[in-house]
Write a protein that binds this ligand. Structure first.
Ligand code: 13P
Length: 251
């Protein structure tokens, strides 16, 4: 199965608007010769329309880092899928472990957010991953199975055509600890097998599964060689365009 690689940068709560635009413009310039790899960057909500404008007509696509599941209303501080779409984004990251950890996001809210993303015609990037304690207690498979099944509950595969899954072991995020290729391979195969129990085989063959957690220029090619790794969701190393482009050009 040929799946186009996607290298995505999650800029988290970094960069003012001006800084975000400058990095995006530099990345657009450095990625002019990139073929057969999709590139996405997810700046803060404030920078998103500026960055989306700056990269129009280039190889770079944009995404939001979160959304709220209602379309509009009295929800102080929230942003809807429709607003993200209107800002020029194509993707939205949903259920990142930092949101689960600090903002009480649950598999149930993740499920609602995926629905909202689809209704707004945004491509959801569903993040799943186990903590260090869960791994040590040998609960990783159980947790990932639950995050997938609860997060994707109630959908028909047609609605999720472009779904992207990102496996981000919480213990590897921002720690410099990357899961070993064997660990990543085992989990990505497991994720695809769970997807196969929820939807049909052709869907599970086509769904793209990204790895995230301390991806850097010097470990990306080993990870991208793994059969079930279809890209990367990069935090720290995506903040500098000259570093990130080395990850984008992984081979
Ligand atoms: P780091 O690449 O900084 O470990 O972050 C990974 C991540 O959380 C991407 O969403």
């Amino acid at each position: 199965m040929n799946r186009t690689p996607l290298i995505a940068g999650n800029w988290k709560m970094f960069k003012t608007g001006d800084e975000a635009v400058a990095t995006a413009e530099r990345l657009a310039e450095l990625s002019r010769d990139v073929e057969n790899t999709e590139i996405m960057i997810a700046p803060t909500f404030l920078s998103l329309p500026l960055v989306a404008d700056a990269v129009k007509g280039t190889k770079i696509k944009t995404g939001a880092q979160n959304l709220f599941y209602e379309n509009q209303g009295a929800y102080t501080g929230e942003v809807s899928g429709e607003m993200i779409k209107a800002a020029g984004a194509q993707y939205v990251i949903i259920g990142h472990s930092e949101r689960r950890q600090y903002f009480m996001e649950t598999d149930d809210s993740v499920n609602k957010k995926i629905k909202a993303a689809i209704e707004a015609d945004l491509i959801p990037v569903l993040c799943i991953g186990e903590t260090k304690t869960q791994r040590d207690e040998e609960k990783a498979f159980f947790i990932l199975d639950k995050q997938l099944k609860d997060g994707l509950k109630g959908f028909h595969s047609d609605e999720l055509k472009n779904l992207i899954i990102a496996y981000e072991p919480v213990w590897a995020i921002g720690t410099g600890l990357t899961a070993t290729p064997d660990q990543v391979n085992e989990i990505h195969q497991f994720i695809r097998s769970v997807i196969r129990t929820i939807f049909e085989a052709s869907f599970s063959d086509a769904v793209r599964i990204l790895y995230g957690g301390s991806v850097k220029p010097d470990n990306v090619s080993g990870l991208m060689k793994l059969k079930d790794v279809d890209g990367a969701l990069v935090g720290g190393a995506s903040l500098d365009a000259d570093t990130f482009i080395k990850i984008v050009k992984f081979n």
